[in-house]
Ligand binder design. Structure first.
Ligand SMILES: NC(=O)c1ccc[n+]([C@@H]2O[C@H](COP(=O)([O-])OP(=O)(O)OC[C@H]3O[C@@H](n4cnc5c(N)ncnc54)[C@H](O)[C@@H]3O)[C@@H](O)[C@H]2O)c1
Length: 259
């Protein structure tokens, strides 16, 4: 499997470093597309990849799968071009799927083209339970409570403050940059309207913490994920980058565990 990455930032560099250490060279990053020529040339020299600043040329390079590690806007602009070019796609900026019409159109396109879209679990977990619990439609309630420092929410408060309580649909409109995780949860489970979201600004918080709860015919679960920030970009949790790496490392594996 030959991989191309969109972006030259934190997640892109993490994947380049880690995939280059994988002994099984059935999975290799060969192409990188980005806007930053200087960083692109450095990555090309360090990891033996080809850097492109022309998107068409990037798609024409010998890649089977594209990993988006850029922005929501990039997903909206480039996802259908990637699929139309006959490549599979891994989406990091899942916030793009808050636009349900865009999501539906992309689903139709991948069905037509016979290509796959991978949506990593990102900075949360429990997606396996949510999917299993809903296999017969018996999932009734799903909620996520996110606790972050005021600074990472772009606010200034002195004491713990509930900033938002409502549906994932409303959360996406009000906090588009902080809500990737609510979208993954909604897509896997009972949808944006029914998935409940709470966001707490906590001056004592040093990590981004997500508490996920679900109730259904299966029983119930509660999962707390305390995320370590990444050094290169503290806004991105280490688990988010690891969830993409895990998809790439397991690509082509004939035994699927927990999926
Ligand atoms: N699913 C999750 O839980 C989760 C968690 C963290 C981050 N993310 C997503 O992953 C994305 C990448 O994270 P990161 O830590 O690597 O961010 P980053 O800011 O370090 O890197 C983003 C890269 O995208 C590039 N870029 C922006 N616009 C571009 C364009 N039009 N064409 C080409 N390149 C472009 C930038 O130059 C930069 O290299 C974030 O923007 C976020 O949407 C998802």
């Amino acid at each position: 499997m030959k991989i191309g990455i969109i972006g030259t930032g934190n997640i892109a560099q993490f994947l380049l470093e880690e995939i280059s250490k994988v002994e099984n060279r059935d999975v290799a990053i060969v192409s990188v597309f980005g806007r930053n020529q200087e960083v692109g040339k450095e990555l090309a020299a360090n990891f033996g990849v080809t850097f492109f600043d022309d998107f068409g040329a990037f798609l024409d390079s010998p890649i089977d799968l594209v990993v988006e590690a850029a922005t929501v806007e990039v997903v909206k602009q480039m996802a259908s071009e990637v699929i139309n070019a006959g490549k599979h796609l891994v989406v990091s900026s899942v916030g793009a799927f808050a636009d349900s019409e865009f999501y539906r159109e992309l689903q139709l396109l991948v069905d037509q083209k016979g290509k796959d879209i991978f949506i990593p679990s990102g900075a949360i977990g429990g997606i396996d339970i949510i999917k299993s619990a809903n296999a017969l439609g018996g999932l009734h309630e799903v909620s996520i409570t996110t606790r972050k420092s005021p600074a990472s929410l772009g606010m200034n408060v002195d004491e713990e403050t509930i900033v938002f309580e409502g549906s994932a649909t409303e959360a996406i409109q009000l906090f588009p940059k902080n809500i990737n995780v609510a979208i993954v949860l909604s897509l896997a489970g009972i949808g944006e309207e029914k998935t409940r979201v709470a966001i707490i600004a906590d001056p004592k918080a040093t990590k981004n913490t997500h508490t996920i709860k679900a109730v259904g015919d299966f029983g119930q679960f509660e999962l707390v994920v305390e995320n370590e920030p990444m050094k290169r970009n503290p806004k991105t949790s280490a688990l988010a980058a690891l969830s993409i790496l895990s998809i790439l490392k397991n690509m082509g594996s004939r035994v699927k565990v927990g999926s």
